[in-house]
Write a protein that binds this ligand. Structure first.
Ligand code: COA
Length: 333
């Protein structure tokens, strides 16, 4: 059976840095509150429309292909994980083709699984490669949160947390069953959809976008922070252990743990529960905030570029997010 190997990783973050001090100027918040509750010191905001979700995804994808030593024309499938596609339709996996030189009319899958999008995408890519359907899959996680946030005091719980960016991985087959993706697990519990969601614009309104719906703030994300926190700290360890067991590994076998960068307090609580040394936990939330589907590939790509994660290392990845959705992957990088 073929395994899906990570041939290359890449990331792109917008140039504009927004510090907690910048947010203090527009929202009733403080650097101390944000750092203590979330660990975030700054985040990036995209310069739209140039730095669109698909543009950023393409830059991350080009970096991943360059690291893999592959060409854009080698890619035979694109999976694009985002909750902030450039348009309602078509999806970003199609639009990204305008920034890249793919060969032929390769298939384009958009997946909308919020913070768990990249983990779900890894499972899809692994399955496609195992089945022999595709041989060079580009998996992108890219997000623009900044233009959706309520940047007033009324939206301060979410406005300080989320940021923009993109990451990508190139997956190819390997006949070595000891390398690449060893196990995956993904789950969802839709009864909690409204605990972290964005209600509008919605086709359930007779006219999809009205002044009334904008005035009611339906287009801003809503988060029941404490509820999300409680579920996240349970699901992260549970699902990581599930994949470790499938892979025949234990927590102690892991060289690295890359959690979705939701919040430093969640990362620390999960690391403690699992008994993973903080030195093995990849965290960059202080620089970028929570970039939803982009957070794992950005963190992974950075850790490879700065020499922390090396070929042959055993990496555990886990995510939790809106839906609720959650999942994990064990990969011999
Ligand atoms: N600055 C200052 N005060 C803020 C604030 C901000 N940015 N955001 C909220 N507050 C205030 C609240 O209004 C509240 O004030 P009150 O007591 O006068 O009503 C107070 O801080 C406490 O709010 P609460 O929501 O209970 O705080 P918390 O300790 O739960 O922390 C989160 C809030 C959002 C940081 C926390 O719930 C959390 O981390 N949740 C998980 C979020 C997450 O990771 N989401 C992504 C999942 S993928």
């Amino acid at each position: 059976m073929l395994n899906a190997k990570i041939a290359g990783l890449g990331h792109y973050v917008p140039k504009q840095v927004v510090t907690n001090a910048d947010l203090e100027k527009i929202i009733d918040t403080t650097d101390a509150w944000i750092v203590e509750r979330t660990g975030i010191k700054e985040r990036r905001w995209a310069d739209v429309p140039e730095e669109s979700t698909s543009f950023m995804g393409a830059q991350a994808a080009k970096a991943a292909l360059a690291q893999a030593g592959l060409q854009e024309s080698d890619v035979d499938c694109v999976i694009f994980a985002t909750l902030s596609s450039d348009y309602f339709f078509p999806g970003s996996a199609c639009v990204v083709q305008n920034f890249m030189e793919f060969s032929g009319n390769i298939p384009a899958y958009d997946i909308r699984i919020q913070c768990s999008g990249f983990v779900y995408g890894l499972q899809m890519a692994d399955s496609f490669i195992k089945s022999g359907l595709y041989k060079c899959i580009l998996l992108i996680g890219a997000e623009i949160q900044s233009t959706s946030l309520n940047k007033t005091t009324a939206g301060r719980d979410t406005a300080v947390i989320f940021g923009d960016g993109a990451g990508a991985a190139v997956l190819i087959p390997s006949e070595n069953e000891k390398e690449g993706i060893l196990a995956t697990s993904v789950h969802a519990e839709g009864k909690y959809a409204k605990e972290l969601w964005c209600e509008g614009p919605t086709p359930l309104d007779k006219v999809r976008m009205t002044l009334e719906s904008i005035e009611s703030g339906k287009h801003f994300p809503y988060m029941n922070g404490r509820y999300v926190f409680k579920h996240a700290v349970t699901r992260f360890p549970e699902v990581l252990k599930e994949s470790l067991e499938k892979a025949g590994k234990t927590v102690d076998d892991l060289d690295w743990f890359i959690p979705h960068q939701a919040n430093l307090r969640i990362t620390e609580a999960v690391g403690n529960q699992l008994g993973i040394s903080p030195a093995k936990v990849i965290s960059n939330i202080h620089k970028y905030g929570n970039t939803t589907a982009a957070s794992i590939p950005i963190a992974w790509s950075e850790a490879v570029l700065d020499g922390r994660i090396k070929r042959g290392d055993l990496v555990g990845i886990a995510a939790f997010g809106a839906g609720f959705t959650w999942g994990s992957v064990i990969v011999r990088y």
